[in-house]
Design a protein around this ligand. Structure first.
Ligand code: WAQ
Ligand code: MG
Length: 270
């Protein structure tokens, strides 16, 4: 059977050169118009007034598609923001991220990681030992794209996330992004929380520990957030990493496990 042709579809909305929102999917031709509509609705949601919305559609070369299984998801229980951040420190230290890099990431995500202050469109790439910023453009960061759930894996993960009350679209999208990012060979771990002032959850992810979700990584109402991709600098082919993140299509062909919420003492990672 001939496989249907896939397209990468991306949206970014900005005002006065500042990033407002973005999204990326892989879609078959008959679904492109529907996805485009959802993206435009998102660009205009919450009363946002973008000055510019860019939609980009690119054909995907079928032979380039990599198929992976989604990271397993673990939700950690914690009393408050301070405890959630302590758990992040612990998880990142276990993954091999140095304390200096962890604190640099917190500082940048709290302040807004863009060079001019505020949020970036993409992620920081940080040396996992020192926290040095390695992304070529510190104003915009690096945007991972060309990843999505296959139809089968999408219904599987929606069912699993739904059983645990994780029905927000952000969780499903972040799990897909984290899965692609974690499969880069030089990746040590990722740290993320949203720039949406109303959304305080975030995660730490790596191939080994999977996607570890924390309910509170910032105070309610804070408009900054972002992503830090921690890499092994000595093993890092930066050009290759950028190409992988931005261009190599990754289709998530199977869902991972979704575990019930537990305290950090109760969970064990491989
Ligand atoms: N590639 C790299 N960085 C990105 C991308 C991308 N495709 N998309 C967003 N970012 C960066 C960018 O700096 C944004 O400002 C920041 O991340 C936050 O993006 O319930 O919703 O879309 O388990 O606001 C995490 C918890 C939610 C989800 C993350 O991110 C859960 C989220 P947002
Ligand atoms: Mg956002």
């Amino acid at each position: 059977m001939k496989e249907p042709l896939l397209y990468s579809i991306r949206m970014r909305a900005s005002a006065n050169g500042r990033h407002l929102s973005g999204a990326e999917r892989l879609a078959e031709r008959p679904d492109l118009a529907g996805v485009a509509r959802t993206f435009i609705e998102r660009a205009l949601s919450k009363g946002a007034t973008p000055a510019k919305v860019v939609l980009t559609i690119d054909e995907i070369e079928p032979s380039e598609i990599r198929r992976v299984r989604a990271l397993d998801l673990t939700s950690l229980q914690a009393a408050d923001l301070g405890e959630c951040r302590e758990q992040v420190r612990k998880l990142l230290a276990d993954a091999g991220v140095g304390p200096q890099a962890v604190e640099a990431a917190f500082h940048n995500l709290d302040a807004g990681p863009s060079q001019s202050g505020g949020n970036m469109r993409g992620a920081m790439i940080m040396d996992a030992a020192t926290g040095d910023r390695l992304e070529p453009d510190r104003e915009r960061g690096v945007r991972a794209s060309r990843f999505d759930w296959s139809d089968g894996a999408a219904s599987e993960i929606d069912r699993e996330l739904g059983r645990h009350g994780l029905t927000h679209f952000r969780t499903r999208e972040a799990l897909a992004l984290a899965t692609k990012v974690a499969h880069a060979p030089e990746m040590v771990a990722e740290l993320c929380w949203s720039d949406d002032p109303d959304y305080t959850a975030g995660y730490v992810a790596s191939r080994r520990i999977g996607y570890v979700r924390l309910s509170r990584l910032k105070q309610e109402g804070v408009p900054t957030g972002g992503r830090a991709f921690f890499v092994r600098r000595d093993a890092c082919d930066l050009e290759g990493l950028l190409r992988y993140l931005q261009e190599v299509p990754v289709l998530i062909a199977a869902a991972g496990l979704v575990r019930p919420a537990a305290s950090i003492e109760e969970v064990s990672f491989p």
